[in-house]
Write a protein that binds this ligand. Structure first.
Ligand code: NI
Length: 252
């Protein structure tokens, strides 16, 4: 029984076979899936998917790469959408300085109001932090955010320790299976099972041996297998523990 805590089935790469791939993963042992929103439109689509499948849950939020042109009214829309009973978190939100096409200033402007929304609604936050040079962690600290998960973690053991100290959770994608994952593997070693979750981030981030192909929730087993190998546990134990952690974290 696996919990894919971070998937994007509203992505156009699933247009041809969305329902089929969700059902296929479920048949293969993925008991729960979170469809993670990246924009207002994607938040609405996430909720629609959660209404269609009883084992799919939704988040609402605007990804840092989608904040250009965002307004206060969008925060109001998110607040309304978040009241849906299958919305389990605000996200994914954060900072992404990897691409040049979204202003860093605008990203830093729209991250805090979404963090405050999570606090107001007592929902956890799904955090996206890519190359933010420490700004993401700094803003989380400024807002005393403890109820959150740093997704697609690829940082050092040192950074993992800092995140854990803040009370946050950490989740891993297939990145853990890549050849150059040594840093992430060292980080994994310091993370206790009750703070650890697994995810695909599909259709992106396919694990080995599917790297470069379209990802789907069924491949989350590859992340569980890698964790089992590193932590010296059985795959069943990792599946059971990460599912338990995710169910508690997302309050389902
Ligand atoms: Ni994502």
């Amino acid at each position: 029984m696996l919990y894919d805590s971070h998937a994007h089935y509203d992505d156009s790469r699933f247009d041809a076979d969305r329902d089929e791939m969700i059902m296929k993963a479920h048949r293969e042992g993925v008991a729960f899936i979170n469809n993670i929103a990246s924009s207002i439109e994607s938040s609405k689509k996430s909720i629609a998917l959660a209404e269609k499948f009883d084992f799919v849950y939704a988040t609402v939020g605007v990804h840092p790469s989608d904040v250009m042109g965002m307004t206060d009214n969008d925060i109001e829309i998110l607040r309304d959408l978040a009241k849906h009973k299958k919305v389990v978190a605000i996200g994914e939100i954060g900072l992404d300085y990897h691409y040049d096409d979204t202003s860093e200033e605008e990203q830093r402007m729209w991250f805090p109001p979404q963090l405050e929304l999570s606090r107001e609604l007592s929902l956890p936050v799904v955090i996206h932090d890519r190359e933010s040079r420490g700004d993401c962690i700094r803003i989380l600290k400024e807002h005393n955010i403890e109820n959150g998960v740093v997704h697609c973690f690829s940082g050092s053991a040192e950074t993992a320790k800092e995140i854990l100290k803040m009370g946050l959770h950490i989740s891993f994608t297939g990145v853990l299976t890549f050849k150059n994952a040594r840093k992430a593997i060292e980080a994994l070693k310091v993370i206790p099972m009750d703070r650890l979750m697994i995810e695909t981030d599909c259709p992106y981030m396919s694990p080995e041996p599917y790297r470069g192909k379209r990802n789907y929730s069924g491949y989350v087993i590859k992340v569980a297998e890698k964790i089992a190998e590193i932590k010296g546990l059985s795959v069943e134990e990792v599946a059971m523990q990460t599912t338990k952690t995710a169910k508690k974290f997302f309050n389902i």
